[in-house]
Design a protein around this ligand. Structure first.
Ligand code: SF4
Length: 358
């Protein structure tokens, strides 16, 4: 085992902050033994704060229109092969009602940047969901809508906002996005969301084109400094109708290692084992949980539109009814000693500190 990386790992496990250059060393020089030590420490932290509970989020993909053209995304505006749809408010409310019946207490409204989902329409929808299900949280994942819109939706009752930062490196950001999209605006949006009062989710892809270990070290350092409430990371998976069609997918092992590191950097963070992890490996989500993740996000969208919300190729769980997804995940979690709970699944701070001690 490399002594330098072993010392860094120990400092991280003890709750110390590391420098960006130290994260780079940890990413570059960790061998299998050290990674396993870090994984075990991450699981210990996760179990200390969240026990063996796994939170579920009911994902409702409200539409796949988007004005942007991110090079990695299957629903980018230039993809003429995308079969576009928008759910109606009634369809969205039906998904939420059905989800509630199945035990979901968080609904994630996810979609592209689409002006047809106006602030007024979304605010009406959010307040109706909260009226029908006051014990539930509403999470939005609708891109960079701007401060005024973020404020209007928060006032309507939205609790959380997911906005993956995608990469904390401005240079890498330019390689993943067209010039119209700005790294500075992305990061500023995250700060605005936090200022407004949302629980904020950042996140990034692992193994995305042109990504280097130095970029990932920047991501880890950003997570350490910004301390998001949630962090969605999953392996990059190419989509056949994008400029990145021929790039290889990110690796399960790398994603799991990063999940463990993020759990150690922010012990109380809400960390999903993403559908993308389950797509690159049949037990990817289980391995994500066993690396420190504590959230899964099954799909509540109508089966008729599931295949159309195709951000990447071969996405799993596009044919199953919501109840089947929930049962399947229940069984998968039970098989590895964890249990899905009926709970809003807010971030827990009680008992959480940075050094693993109560
Ligand atoms: S990643 Fe998001 S913003 Fe970019 S094209 Fe896809 S849906 Fe639109």
């Amino acid at each position: 085992m490399n002594t330098d990386s072993a010392l860094l790992a120990k400092r991280l496990i003890d709750g110390e902050k590391l420098k960006e250059s130290e994260y780079l060393l940890l990413l570059s020089a960790s061998d299998a033994e050290l990674k396993e030590q870090l994984r075990q420490a991450a699981v210990k932290q996760r179990r200390r704060i969240y026990g063996n509970e796994v939170f579920v989020r009911g994902l409702i993909e409200i539409g796949n229109h988007c004005k942007n053209d991110c090079y990695y995304c299957g629903i980018r505006k230039s993809n003429k092969n995308a079969d576009r749809y928008r759910l109606t408010p009634d369809e969205i409310l039906f998904c939420a009602d059905e989800g509630y019946r199945l035990g979901f207490r968080t609904f994630v409204l996810q979609g592209g940047e689409d002006a047809a989902f106006s602030d007024a329409l979304l605010a009406g929808l959010i307040s109706e969901i909260k009226l029908r299900h006051p014990d539930c949280a509403v999470t939005l994942s609708l891109g960079e809508r701007g401060e005024e819109s973020f404020r209007a939706l928060y006032a309507a009752g939205a609790d959380r906002y997911l906005l993956r930062h995608e990469t904390a490196s401005p240079d890498h950001y330019k390689k993943l996005h067209p010039p119209a999209l700005s790294f500075a605006n992305r990061m500023e949006s995250l700060r605005i969301l936090r200022k407004i009062g949302y629980a904020v989710g950042a996140g990034f892809m692992v193994g995305s084109p042109f990504q280097t270990k130095a970029d990932l070290a920047k991501d880890l350092f950003f997570i350490q400094e910004f301390r998001p409430d949630m962090c969605g990371i999953g392996p990059f998976i190419p989509h056949k109708d994008t400029p990145f069609a021929d790039f290889p997918a990110g690796a399960l092992e790398d994603t799991c290692f990063l999940l463990s590191l993020i759990r150690l950097i922010v012990p109380e963070i809400l960390l999903p084992a993403t559908t993308a992890l389950g797509t690159v490996h049949p037990t990817g989500r289980e391995q994500g949980i066993l690396s420190g993740a504590n959230v899964v996000m099954p799909n509540l969208s109508p089966v008729s539109v599931r295949k159309k919300y195709s951000l990447y190729d071969n996405k799993i769980c596009t044919g199953e009814e919501s109840a089947e997804c929930r049962d399947c995940l229940n069984q998968r979690m039970q098989a590895i000693g964890y249990k899905i709970v009926t709970d809003r699944g807010d971030k827990r701070t009680k008992g959480a500190n940075n050094n693993g001690n109560l």
